[in-house]
Design a protein around this ligand. Structure first.
Ligand SMILES: *Cc1c(COP(=O)(O)O)cnc(C)c1O
Length: 802
């Protein structure tokens, strides 16, 4: 049920806001109109949600990233006000669709991890799991991407946070956060005297539940300095330095680090992490005490969920506040801490596991360093009578590793009562490969919660035509419980339903084709199979394997034209981290190959390649409903879960994928006939790596592969420049092909041939597509949140009762 909408009140607020912005009628320029509309909608939201008696603890979701995407239509839809606002605006001759394009995506995240946090907020509000999201209010989100002569260029993402209309007043007191300095001992009591302090101010965004009159905050912190202008310094004649502290403080929340699955180890990043954690912990304790509850009861009412290790210092900060500010005994404080935290692991890849340099850490957070040494000592003490004591002392279980590094994943496991991976395979590997020692010590600590996506954004909002077809076919219940999609199974033999399903896909493709023409100038064939790989650019995600497939087809068509090969459009969208040279070289290679193939009449009736720039949530929303084939081809064991795979399958793209992450669970649910699985298994890949994998042997035995690599080396796609793709070619050859691209190549070509055959039978293809929609209800983030409730968030007593 939607919330009541007051049309008269809306009109009055709208006019007021426009006047305030200096405009005098609603048909003015779109950008201020969009702002005024959002502010006028916000005026009608209740300031607080009705308090209800909840079964589970309040969740504090700590994440350095929230990749929200546009909120305007999402909020309207969740409120049930879309039609009212659309009609109201039409009175002024304004189209809602046009207005929505004014919103620049809030892109406070890199990719899957940040988007997961955003989906979880939507689900927690929608199923009324009380929660607060805690993050940072970056001035610049993830960089914007464009291409210059095929190369990625980055520019700053100024999303104009100071005028973003979905922020609302936050009554939260500011927080002081210290850095550096010394720890002094005074009468046996330790006292941390920081070198400098910054102020954290809360900026809230209301997360609105789906048609349930419920909302709860995403609290983003902004750093500034208590004395923005140092008068003393100014009077002493240090004009230039008078503002320096303010500048230092503002730096902390200036920009999101643009690395996905890669830890850079920079001081400023550590400052961001500590700043966020201190603000969040202070706020959590403040609200708990405001409610008149004793600190000792914190774990009875609250849980703190760590989205990866980025906010792991929160564990040490809570310990510090209990010991230093509230004078708790260390052991009591540590026991309470361990009852409060739960940790979600997102990766096994060594370069992504954060380790902080001990000296850097000690200089910035000297008191926290002491506490980490005490945690380390506590861990050693727990092993005192353990038969494998010697093993643990030299193993990966150590909190502080040789060479003076603090391992944040180890801190997270030791400091939490629950640890989860994000798909079944990944959770198994967390215990078998990453933390075997901890899993043996604390077997019940580890669990799995497979990721999910919110069906509000990723179906109802982005694919209105499919949503309408579903409503007409099975009713609207699926909007509240996605498992209802199962009832589509009853319609799979209904030819008119399947035709409608196919028509929806075609219509979405036509819309995307128009957008592609507008943004890239390329006229795609909207009848062709739309084959998409959209995700961050990373070696392990293997966009270069896709490129090898394209080159194989190119070569085949050049030497043996084959009019029966069904036409395909290969669509890429991906950002590479600015410092990741190989990833950037792969982007360049794809763009260069595209430029040649798209202009070659011998092949361009059957092969077209589009690389859409600036991949982001609002672009994903336009690509996903149109896709036929979803490329999920990561090296086995490397993609923890993936969520792009779920969005695409739900919207009726068939998956071609490895047995990795949640692909395996998609396979289990849709059935082997309706997905295309290829490549090594985790076990066979492990064998290859252990027995020294030899890509050069694969190459020696495969003339087709040799020819393809020659194309990349002989300048064909780079105006004769033979060095253009050197990093890419080297990674596949001299660097030993660490991600098994060549090992999976033959199997990949083989499955792609089967896909071509299948696509030539539209009725079978679209029946499979509809089956994907029917069977992917399990991948709703509502289900994921219920799993967190059952497996992690409920207290023991609640779990037993439930
Ligand atoms: C869903 C999503 C991702 C994650 O995609 P994967 O294929 O799971 O890596 C990244 N970026 C955006 C914008 C997304 O919407």
């Amino acid at each position: 049920m939607g919330q009541p909408f007051n049309s008269e009140k809306f009109r009055n607020s709208l006019v007021n806001y426009l006047n305030h912005l200096g405009y005098h009628n609603p048909t003015t320029s779109q950008q201020p109109l969009w702002q005024a509309v959002c502010l006028a909608i916000q005026d009608q939201l209740p300031k607080t949600s009705p308090k209800k008696a909840f079964a589970s603890r309040h969740v504090n979701y700590l994440s350095m990233e929230f990749l929200l995407g546009r909120l305007t239509l999402n909020n309207l839809q969740n409120l049930g006000w879309t039609e009212s606002i659309r009609n109201k605006l039409q009175e002024y001759d304004v189209q809602l669709v046009d207005l929505l394009e004014c919103e620049h995506d809030p892109a406070l995240g890199n990719g899957g991890l940040g988007r997961l946090a955003a989906c979880f907020l939507d689900s927690m509000a929608s199923i009324e799991q009380p929660a607060t999201g805690y993050g940072l209010n970056y001035q610049y989100g993830l960089f914007r991407q464009s291409f210059t002569q095929g190369q990625q260029t980055e520019s700053a993402d100024d999303w104009d946070r100071d005028h973003y209309p979905w922020f609302c007043q936050s009554p939260i007191p500011a927080v002081e956060v210290g850095f550096g300095g010394q720890v002094h001992s005074k009468n046996g009591i330790l006292q941390w005297i920081p070198d400098f302090q910054v102020i954290g101010k809360a900026h809230d965004i209301a997360i609105i539940g789906y048609r349930n009159h419920h909302q709860q905050p995403l609290r983003l912190w902004h750093a500034s300095h208590p004395h923005p202008f140092n008068l003393k310094a100014f009077n002493l004649g240090h004009y230039a330095n008078a503002e320096s502290n303010a500048i230092e403080a503002e730096k902390i929340t200036k920009v999101l680090y643009p690395n996905d699955n890669h830890a850079a180890g920079k001081r400023l990043r550590l400052m961001q992490q500590y700043f966020q954690c201190t603000c969040a912990i202070t706020d959590i304790i403040y609200h708990h005490r405001q409610a008149g509850r004793p600190l000792a009861e914190l774990p009875k009412y609250e849980v703190i969920q760590l989205n990866d290790t980025h906010p792991a210092i929160a564990i040490v900060e809570l310990l510090r506040q209990l010991v230093d500010l509230y004078q708790w005994e260390w052991a009591d404080a540590w026991q309470l801490t361990q009852q409060l935290f739960a940790y979600t692991n997102h990766t096994l890849m060594p370069e992504a596991l954060e380790c902080w340099d001990l000296h850097l850490f000690k200089r910035l957070l000297p008191r926290h360093y002491q506490l980490i040494e005490q945690i380390d000592a506590w861990f050693s003490a727990t092993l005192k009578n353990h038969p494998d004591k010697q093993h643990y002392k030299t193993s990966n279980a150590l909190l502080i590793k040789g060479h003076g590094k603090i391992r944040m994943a180890n801190l997270s496991v030791i400091g939490s009562y629950a640890v989860n991976g994000v798909a079944k395979l990944h959770s198994r590997l967390v215990t078998e490969e990453l933390f075997p020692e901890y899993a043996k010590l604390w077997p019940t600590k580890f669990t799995n919660v497979t990721n999910g996506i919110t069906p509000r954004r990723w179906l109802l909002m982005c694919n209105p035509k499919l949503a309408e077809l579903l409503n007409d076919t099975i009713g609207e219940q699926w909007q509240h419980d996605l498992s209802y999609l199962q009832s589509l199974e009853n319609h799979l033999d209904n030819a008119s339903f399947l035709q409608d399903y196919q028509d929806v896909k075609q219509s979405n493709k036509n819309n995307l084709a128009a957008l592609i023409a507008q943004t890239t100038g390329i006229e795609i064939n909207p009848e062709a199979m739309l084959d998409v790989q959209i995700k961050r650019l990373h070696e392990y995600k293997r966009q270069h394997l896709k490129l090898l497939h394209i080159l194989a087809l190119y070569q085949q068509l050049k030497t043996h034209p084959d009019p029966n090969l069904p036409p395909r459009v290969f669509l890429f969208a991906a950002k590479a981290a600015p410092g990741y040279d190989l990833a950037k070289n792969i982007i360049y290679a794809i763009n260069q190959v595209a430029a040649v193939i798209n202009h070659d009449p011998a092949v361009n009736q059957q092969l077209q390649i589009v690389f859409m720039p600036d991949y982001r949530v609002s672009l994903a929303e336009k690509i996903i409903p149109a896709a036929d084939l979803s490329e999920q081809i990561s090296t086995v064991g490397k993609e923890a879960s993936g969520t792009g795979n779920m969005k695409l399958a739900l919207n009726g793209a068939l998956t071609v994928g490895t047995q990795d992450g949640a692909n395996i669970e998609i396979l289990d649910h849709v059935g082997a006939e309706h997905i295309f699985i290829f490549g090594q298994t985790v076990e066979s890949a492990r064998q290859l790596w252990q027995n020294e994998y030899h890509p050069e042997q694969i190459l020696a035995n495969n003339p087709q592969l040799q020819d393809i690599l020659t194309l990349l080396k002989d300048g064909t796609f780079a105006q004769g420049n033979k060095q253009a793709f050197k990093p890419l070619v080297e990674s596949l050859t001299t660097a030993g092909d660490p991600y098994l691209v060549l090992a999976d190549f033959a199997s990949y070509l083989d499955i792609q041939n089967k896909i071509d055959v299948r696509y030539q039978h539209p009725t079978t293809w679209f029946r499979s597509a509809a089956i994907n929609t029917a069977r992917c209800g399990i991948f709703s983030s509502d289900r994921a949140i219920r799993d967190y409730q059952q497996r992690i968030w409920l207290s023991d007593a609640q779990r037993i009762k439930g």
